[in-house]
Write a protein that binds this ligand. Sequence first.
Ligand code: IMP
Ligand code: MG
Length: 174
Amino acid sequence: MAEKIRVLLSEEEVDQRICEVAAQISKDYEGKEVHLICILKGGVFFTCELAKRLTVPVSLDFMSVSSYGADTKSSGVVRIVKDLDEPLKGRDVLIVEDIIDSGRTLSYLIQVLNQREPASIRLCTLLDKPERRVKKQVKVDYTCFTIPDEFVVGYGLDYAQKYRNLPYIGVVEF
Ligand code: IMP
Ligand code: MG
């Protein structure tokens, strides 16, 4: 293992913040049902922790997209690897992502999902790296943490498919 992991956000900090964001979402969606779309694989840990804390009715679906390559940078070319199982028409959709970096993945995805005529689409992310944004039009409705431009792992995020299972967010030091 050539790289070291430095703790950026502890397990307690992450859990605490997810509770706050879940409370906000529950309030905003009161009287509605929220259809969570988990973006695999990175979004899976966050989606579970968030979903458990929502007090409104929840349904779940999963989508897997790939931006080609195992590098630490998104290439901008997005491919749907696994599509949703269910239609979105008339539903209040909340996309759940691990991290918004350049915004390329989400900018593409929101466009595709909007064509399926949901009642609404909002975006929720565990982490946001706004300094790296290329697609400035991507509007993030719920952000747990805004972080500096560093490569992070844990809580679903990987480096070459490793470290997704860390219960905290760490910075990779190469
Ligand atoms: P974007 O299209 O540039 O916004 O990239 C989003 C995707 O790149 C995320 O869903 C992650 O899979 C990956 N990514 C971006 N930054 C990081 C990071 O710091 N650690 C791990 N994965 C990252
Ligand atoms: Mg991702």
